[in-house]
Design a protein around this ligand. Structure first.
Ligand code: AHR
Length: 484
């Protein structure tokens, strides 16, 4: 029996909506096909961007999209992706499949995506193979109004007004694909490059330094010590693999044993320890918690689907992925004072995607539905609670506009878990929605797109100040309630 007492009178920490951010890289079929089909495509599009994809993403209130990478960011030269399409330079995407990148999706197309989604921009700059001047000019091109060499060039390319760029990343995985640097060297480079990420417009740009690979606490220590005062955020990357020590055989997205159900969930839960320990180091250099921990790559990572390009990282998405999403979002909420943004990898057709596409078809994954079920937590106040819960339950309570939102995940494969919430103010007008499955590999496919969809949830009972919930195995539930 699980019993949780809601402490709704205390003021809670706000949960940034940016925790629900997305990551879209020039990798496999994420940008090309997944987002961008071009204006002449027979697939319905607005200015080249798939209408079905944009609509689905708007419906879950995507707050920010990180672009263009990832490893791709540190070999991307933005000037190649502007101007007339036929004149754009082609390049080889060496990290991801060695395919030819024709640069038809560049800065203008990215900001068109941002406009259509009504969200904020997070551009990741190139430190690994780019110059300070190149980075400075990109920022000028994007954000400078009036007369300047870059602003003039942007206007010649058809964009009169500057765009708003809220977030800017200075390098990606500089300890690995972004240059194999030592933290001391990167910290110095960060200080230099960020100097030229200038404020050309009215708004400050939130500058993000490259942070650690998973549990590399030494990296965090050195970069914070040497550069904390020049940054607004520092990134953290952590992927959940069912067999974390064997990158050659990570385990399959669909065909997996029960042990891998639990091992991938354990890896997702590890996020809590990672954030706690990195935050502790950050606290030494930033006790006011001004600097955000930006988890700008997270999610599951399996073997690619059989028969697909190994460099494209295309994987299916099951109810197991939904558990990982719910557990991870609950962990981010708990650390909302330090985690200012997170970006799941990746938005379409790559790793733990929201959406999968196949030519003109598009399906929503179980992970998509978790983001949907959780969207009320965006910009809500985290509500404290105490009590005893089984280890297979993970939850968040938040409050916005006098409405409580309670999200729960029961990741037990077999057991229903009764959970009771106690609120001395009582509950009023409770309603619920959920996703669940009968089998641990349940997923949506192009043939059966609606195996897992959000449904109304009636498994709760209200008695005075108690709300009793019956959580089916493998389920994610969201209840909304007023206070009585
Ligand atoms: O998301 C896929 C890749 O994982 C990214 O390009 C890189 O930053 C990370 O190693």
């Amino acid at each position: 029996m699980n019993e949780i007492t809601v402490l709704s009178r205390k003021d809670g920490v706000p949960i940034s909506r940016f925790i629900y951010g997305q990551f879209a890289e020039h990798l496999g079929r994420c940008i090309y096909e997944g987002v961008w089909v071009g204006k002449d495509s027979t697939i319905p599009n607005e200015n080249g961007i798939r209408t079905d994809v944009a609509e689905a993403l708007r419906a879950i209130n995507v707050p920010v999209v990180r672009w263009p990478g990832g490893c791709f960011a540190d070999e991307y030269h933005w000037q190649d992706g502007i101007g007339p399409k036929e004149k754009r330079k082609k390049m080889i995407n060496t990290h991801w499949g060695g395919i030819t990148e024709d640069n038809s999706f560049g800065t203008h197309e990215y900001f068109e995506l941002i406009r259509q989604l009504g969200c904020e921009a997070y551009v990741n700059g190139n430190v690994g193979s780019g110059t300070v001047q190149e980075m400075q000019e990109w920022v000028e091109y994007i954000t400078m109004a009036g007369e300047s060499p870059m602003a003039n060039q942007r206007q010649e390319n058809g964009q009169e007004k500057p765009w708003k760029m809220k977030f800017f990343g200075v390098g990606n995985e500089s300890w690995g694909c972004g240059g194999n640097m030592r933290p001391e060297y990167y910290a110095d480079l960060y200080r230099q490059y960020q100097t030229y990420v200038r404020k050309y417009g009215q708004e400050n740009i939130y500058k993000i330094a490259c942070g650690p690979n998973v549990n590399d606490y030494h990296w965090t220590e050195i970069v914070m010590k040497n550069a904390a005062r020049y940054m607004d955020g520092i990134s953290l990357h952590h992927y959940s693999l069912p067999k974390p020590d064997t990158w050659n055989d990570k385990g399959d997205a669909l065909d997996f044993p029960e042990t891998q159900w639990y091992s991938v969930i354990e890896r997702a839960q590890y996020m809590d320890e990672l954030i706690t320990k990195h935050s502790r180091i950050m606290d030494q250099y930033d006790p006011e918690k001004r600097v955000g921990l930006i988890v700008d790559e997270w999610g599951t990572w399996y073997n690619v689907e059989p028969g697909t390009n190994p460099g494209f990282l295309y994987q299916q998405n099951t109810i197991r992925d939904a558990m990982v999403a719910a557990i991870t979002l609950n962990i981010f909420h708990k650390h909302a004072d330090r985690v200012h943004m997170a970006n799941i990898a990746q938005m379409v057709n790559v790793l733990q995607a929201m959406l999968l596409t196949e030519e003109e078809k598009m399906i929503k994954t179980p992970t998509y539905y978790v983001f949907d079920l959780y969207k009320n937590h965006q910009e809500a106040e985290l509500i404290d609670s105490y009590g005893a819960v089984a280890e297979n339950i993970s939850y968040t309570i938040s409050k916005k506009n006098d409405q409580l939102t309670i999200s729960l995940c029961n990741f037990d494969l077999h057991e229903t878990r009764e959970t009771t919430f106690i609120n001395e103010n009582g509950f009023a007008e409770v309603s619920g929605e959920y996703i669940s499955a009968e089998k641990m590999d349940a997923h949506n496919s192009f043939e059966e797109p609606d195996n897992i969809v959000k449904q109304a949830f009636a498994g709760f009972k209200l008695t005075e100040k108690k709300l009793q919930v019956q959580l089916p195995p493998m389920s994610v539930v969201t209840l909304t309630a007023g206070e009585g």
